[in-house]
Ligand binder design. Structure first.
Ligand code: TRP
Ligand code: SF4
Length: 326
């Protein structure tokens, strides 16, 4: 029997290169050796975006399209949408009965997000209970591993604590899942800051080749390299950071050397990068195109995924209800 991995993503926007090289490439690798469960966490998105929900359905669907374009395979993994599985909410309510509020309040993201998103009122019950919902997502499938970034590690710790508490209060129903830490390369956006949807500096999987080239053309470089004849320093250039992630070793070495001697200019350097990225994104673009031509396929994937997920979830819920005695 294969071990099971489970992970989710909030439908907060189109996927960019940072997501592709972080979580998504990790998932597409994991689906080869594990039994993968991957879902769009649309209820989680409500915890911070409850007042602006017009986009959520479209974004959920587009997220699935991006996943499939990037190589997530419905024949290998179970791909579904959280809100298609009401049992997550049932388990959430049951787990909320046994979770002490201080466990939730001391999770770092709770205060951090409240401070960062100060334009929103996050003094809601749903926002506080967000990690219990995440716990329900994981425990309902008895996942062995949860691949997440370091920011999500405290949530998996909470999941383990709640599983232990449930098992000792009632009967041993839940496995304690382990964190599978995702190594995400440091990826700068076009302005040199961390690539992020909220900084408006991201290169999206769904960008056209033309847009991609244009974004690279205007990307910031070593600010001291003003003229073509000035030597540059790749170590402080965000374009070089992208080269290091995507280009082949000879190209990286060439850039590293010829930038310092002003043998190549930034226009040449960015052109090399554009060629590499176009080559790597071409299959993703082609797949995206094919999917958009037969939109019913996306519905089939998530319906089939929900069907499979439901079977596992139902089995767990029966055990849970029996253990509690309801
Ligand atoms: N909270 C996660 C995030 O924002 C998304 C998520 C929801 C998740 N449920 C999950 C991740 C279950 C792993 C397992 O990135
Ligand atoms: Fe950056 Fe390349 Fe220009 Fe050097 S040549 S400063 S690495 S863009």
């Amino acid at each position: 029997m294969k071990s099971r991995v489970l992970s989710g993503m909030q439908p907060s926007g189109r996927l960019h290169l940072g997501n592709l090289s972080g979580a998504l490439s990790n998932w597409t690798k994991l689906q080869e050796t594990y039994e993968g469960y991957f879902f769009v966490a649309d209820w989680h998105a409500l915890s911070t975006n409850y007042s602006e929900t017009t986009q959520i359905k479209t974004l959920t669907r587009e997220m699935v399209i991006d996943w499939l374009s990037a190589g997530l395979d419905p024949n290998k993994a179970t791909i579904f949408i959280q809100s298609d599985l009401p049992d997550h909410a049932v388990l959430h309510v049951l787990l909320s009965m046994i979770t002490p509020i201080p466990w939730l309040e001391r999770i770092p993201t709770y205060k951090e997000q409240q401070e960062q998103l100060e334009d929103r009122d996050l003094s809601t019950y749903g926002f506080l209970g967000y990690p219990i919902l995440q716990t329900a997502d994981v425990l309902i499938y008895n996942a062995d591993f949860v691949p997440v970034g370091i920011d999500q590690a405290p949530h998996v710790e909470l999941t383990r604590a709640i599983a232990r508490r449930f098992n000792s209060l009632y009967k041993p129903v839940f496995k304690e899942p382990q964190t599978l830490l995702t190594e995400a390369p440091k990826l700068p956006g076009t302005d040199g800051r961390k690539m992020s949807k909220s900084y408006n500096n991201a290169i999206y999987l769904s960008d056209s080749e033309k847009t991609l080239r244009e974004k690279l053309r205007t990307m910031v470089t070593d600010p001291a390299r003003k003229r073509r004849t000035d030597p540059g320093d790749p170590n402080i250039c965000p374009v070089f950071d992208l080269h290091k992630v995507y280009s082949s070793t000879p190209v990286i070495e060439q850039v590293n050397c010829e930038c310092r001697t002003a043998k190549i200019g930034c226009i040449d350097c960015k052109q090399f990068l554009a060629e590499t990225l176009v080559t790597q994104l071409n299959p993703v673009w082609e797949k995206g195109c094919a999917i958009r031509k037969s939109p019913a396929m996306v519905d089939d994937v998530v319906q089939e995924g929900a069907k499979r997920a439901r079977m596992t979830a139902n089995t767990t819920m029966q055990k849970v209800c029996k253990a509690i005695g309801i």
